[in-house]
Design a protein around this ligand. Structure first.
Ligand SMILES: Cc1cc(Cn2cc(-c3c(Cl)cnc4nc(-c5cn(C)nc5C)[nH]c34)cn2)no1
Length: 284
């Protein structure tokens, strides 16, 4: 829906509701079409009573506040929101190819060119976020969707905050992606997303997270940096993973150097236009 200068109140009747696309802890997501314009979107329906018991209203408010102001090709758009007596509705960009983690589970692991393309797109999205001093804090395959041209879309800003900060809400879900400073409850900054990018890249290439274990063992392995990159991973990819998975946040490779890393350049150099090919051939 185009946001007009005099926005009319939004309500459920504006939308034709289609099939369920997925479900999360506090509700479901449906395919939806705005009746007036035919605009297709995803409508996330959350139940107020469950939000209250889950004490996640603050996170939801933050998710709406942060995500509605973001504009980047690799960040899922939040176009607007409205509510009725029982439910909150988020009008979200529809990602045409669905959830990345389902693709990862089906494929087992991704090829190095495919993983490099995803890591490069993530680095671009995170660089945009960090320039706005927003940290995502919950980078994992489950929070990445895929657009209709195969581009990735970072979503679920329920854990995002403005840096620096420390955590006030109890952690829930997998610990696999948490950096040591968040496990310790220390104050932390944008560099937590660099650690999670390293965990994400490892999982893309290996099919499992580097510190995957029982919750207690995972925490011990994270703080001791106890992981091994399998031999089938190329030396360049292993180099990038080890430059991101550093206990000291200040030693993690900055995003602009991630984008320029040999492994990324090897797989992601943009295809040359015919003119560029012609010019390069003349220069040989
Ligand atoms: C509640 C709740 C559920 C979820 C997880 N979730 C996200 C979606 C979703 C969104 Cl938000 C936007 N676009 C989507 N496109 C799909 C999709 C496309 N195909 C071909 N298959 C699927 C599935 N899902 C989308 C659905 N569930 N987070 O909070």
């Amino acid at each position: 829906p185009q946001v007009t200068s005099n926005p009319k109140p939004m309500h459920l009747g504006m939308f034709e509701i289609g099939r369920a696309l997925g479900k999360g802890k506090f509700g479901r997501v449906y395919l939806a079409k705005e009746r007036k314009t035919g605009f297709v979107c995803a409508l996330k329906v959350l139940h107020k009573n469950e939000l209250q018991t889950g004490r996640v209203e603050t996170q939801l408010r933050r998710e709406v506040e942060i995500q509605s102001n973001l504009r980047h090709p690799n960040i899922l758009r939040l176009f607007g929101h409205f509510h009725d007596s029982k439910r909150v509705f988020l009008i979200i960009e529809f990602a045409g190819r669905g959830e990345l983690y389902k693709m990862l589970r089906k494929a087992g692991s991704f090829s190095e060119p495919r993983a490099a393309s995803y890591v490069a797109q993530m680095a671009s999205a995170l660089s945009y976020l960090h320039k706005k001093h927003v940290i995502h804090r919950d980078i994992k395959p489950e929070n990445i969707l895929v657009g209709s041209h195969g581009e990735i879309k970072l979503s679920d800003f329920g854990w995002s905050v403005h840096a620096p900060t420390n955590r006030r809400t109890t952690l829930c879900g997998t610990l696999d992606y948490l950096p040591p400073e968040m496990l310790r409850g220390d104050s932390h900054g944008e560099k937590v997303d660099l650690w999670s990018l390293g965990v994400l890249m490892y999982e893309f290439l290996c099919g499992n997270a580097p510190f995957e274990d029982t919750p207690i063992e995972t925490q011990k392995r994270i703080v001791k940096l106890n992981f091994k990159v399998p031999d089938f991973v190329s030396p360049e990819a292993k180099d990038l993973i080890t430059r991101l998975l550093r206990l000291d946040p200040d030693k993690r490779l900055p995003l602009d150097q991630v984008a320029q890393h040999p492994w990324i350049l090897k797989h992601c150099s943009k295809p040359q236009t015919a003119r560029e090919k012609q010019r390069n051939n003349h220069q040989r």
